[in-house]
Design a protein around this ligand. Sequence first.
Ligand code: HEC
Ligand code: HEC
Ligand code: HEC
Ligand code: HEC
Ligand code: HEC
Ligand code: HEC
Length: 493
Amino acid sequence: MSTEPSPSPRNRYLRNWLSFAGGVLAVSAFFAFLFLFAIDLFAHNGNPYMGILAYVVAPGFLFLGLGMIAAGVWWQRRHEKSAGTPLPNLLHVDLTRPADQKKLKWFVVASVGFLLCTAIGSYQSYHVSESVNFCGQTCHTPMKPEFTAYQNSSHARVECVACHVGHGAEAFVKAKMNGVHQLIGVITGDYQRPIPTPIRNLRPARETCEECHWPNKFTANLDRIYQHFLADETNTPFAVHLSLKVGGSDPAHGPVGGIHWHISKDNKIEYLATDERRQVIPWVRVTSPKGEVTEYRSPKFTNDISQFEVRTMDCIDCHNRPSHRYRTPNDSVDLALSTGKIDRTLPWVKSNAVAVLIQPYQTEPEALQKISATLRAQYPTAKNVDALVAEVQGIYSRNFFPEMKADWRAYPENIGHKEWPGCFRCHDGTHKAVGDPKKKIPASDCSSCHTILAQGAGEQLQKLNAKGDTFIHVDAEYENFDCHSCHTGAFPK
Ligand code: HEC
Ligand code: HEC
Ligand code: HEC
Ligand code: HEC
Ligand code: HEC
Ligand code: HEC
């Protein structure tokens, strides 16, 4: 090779503008990659764009550059061929020549180096595309509501992909294909506000939630206190102390029964919903461990089920907001009052705080500014008004996303039954077994899912009744299974 006169005929092909530009691009991209890689390695600032630049953008340009070099060579060769110039041999290696041996060694070293860099690069690209930052922060506006709620949830340390993608190559490829589609949506601004729920193609809970939460585990009763404050002048406290009968789903680990009975691997519960958000469930089918099938229908539903999607019940049919829970203004103000972040002695503060949160704002800055102005006008002499304003603004920023039209109203929560139908979608007393109208999905009694240990305020809360109290509703008037028709999450009707 080295014996040939310069420029060597092969290098000749590189002498065109396209290959030259490609070379410059590839070399710059390679150094940019090294530089960004070093920064990413040493600076732990968690900037989501750094990873993307280093492992997605820089390698992209590197390959573009290499591609341009190749295209240039091809183009040049074709050009010369058509011009009738004699074509040299493409490659001629003679290992007896020391110069060729030396070149070969360098070639091997360079190739190994390049492959190593590519391997690190692709491993890192994989990591970046799976990271919480990539999912939650890169496409900032559309994911802001889910990301913010996620950070405030008990799953804040669980990666998005643990629930949304799951294990396995197939899941990975599917997610990436879906991701490309979403990326196009983000770039063109063509995405829905709010992002629709539920997700139709979410991995079955068996492959996500159950990787961490062992469904066979017996969970005893859970003791919970729901602390509220009424929307009156004195912000009267009212609490309900419940013992929730969560129970278990595997006889090897405790009695099967209670709320987690639904996920026992021996039972199969299927249902269909007639609306997009799965809030109206007129048909349920239970297959018992012995294979007996019971079909329940609500009275008005006489349709043929084949025109609907039948879903097998799993964790997310109850826990549908495990990591993206937008608290209702009622609950978030109650929480701030009970932890002392809002001063309970301010007259009407519960009512005023809820009212200012639910106004129709167009943007977050507008909302924050108006929240401040309104509360300052309502409490001109209160010395802790700054703290009040800061807390109500904080509640807004954590739970309301006007740019995406996302807040509690857009995302039903299925775990209870106060603000949304939840459990009462099925347990409402109207679902009767086909062929045996006396048999219903249990509902008749408020203590089938929980016992009210105590309710009220102060001293009343200290006297626990193990047998369970009947619910004393503040207003006394309520229809059994219709809590959500009045309790909207803001002011009850
Ligand atoms: C603990 C599991 C879990 C984790 C972790 C998680 N999600 Fe979700 N996500 C869910 C479930 C469950 C739903 C609702 C599914 C349904 O009802 O179909 C959901 C829904 C969504 C939706 C659809 C809109 C909505 O709110 O219903 C988006 C977008 C989303 N998640 C993004 C993310 C992002 C981004 C992250 C990481 C920052 C993340 N998720 C982390 C479980 C999770
Ligand atoms: C990667 C592991 C992991 C996955 C996957 C996961 N979780 Fe969790 N989950 C956790 C951890 C960790 C906690 C916090 C435990 C604690 O604080 O004691 C938690 C807490 C919870 C809690 C109790 C706290 C609360 O917010 O009420 C529920 C309910 C729950 N997870 C349901 C789910 C559901 C439903 C899914 C699937 C959509 C899921 N988890 C997926 C790890 C996981
Ligand atoms: C029929 C509805 C329903 C189904 C289905 C269901 N759960 Fe639950 N689960 C509940 C209720 C209700 C509680 C009580 C806590 C509450 O109200 O937030 C609970 C409690 C829990 C807790 C304990 C929370 C804590 O604060 O300690 C975990 C963890 C949990 N569920 C995980 C799961 C997993 C995983 C699945 C699927 C295998 C599942 N659940 C299926 C209704 C359900
Ligand atoms: C999709 C419909 C559906 C939903 C939603 C649902 N359930 Fe059920 N539930 C059933 C059916 C069906 C049965 C069993 C009826 C029978 O005995 O055949 C049942 C049984 C139960 C039982 C009795 C279990 C036992 O020990 O035998 C409890 C407790 C219960 N559900 C609690 C809940 C709670 C709490 C929620 C909400 C978090 C809920 N369910 C949501 C359909 C549902
Ligand atoms: C099918 C099961 C089921 C039945 C039947 C049921 N509940 Fe509940 N209830 C729940 C669950 C689950 C929660 C917990 C919700 C949560 O963790 O957010 C709850 C929560 C509550 C709360 C506290 C809500 C809050 O936010 O303060 C009250 C009060 C309550 N139930 C009253 C009743 C009354 C009254 C009845 C009878 C009309 C009743 N429940 C029947 C499952 C049930
Ligand atoms: C006819 C309408 C109506 C129905 C139905 C209704 N409530 Fe209420 N509820 C009210 C009103 C009004 C208040 C007083 C609110 C206030 O002053 O803040 C209230 C207050 C409450 C409170 C304390 C304050 C709060 O907002 O959290 C709880 C808890 C409660 N209701 C639970 C329930 C449950 C559980 C059901 C269903 C079993 C139910 N309610 C059905 C109208 C209703």
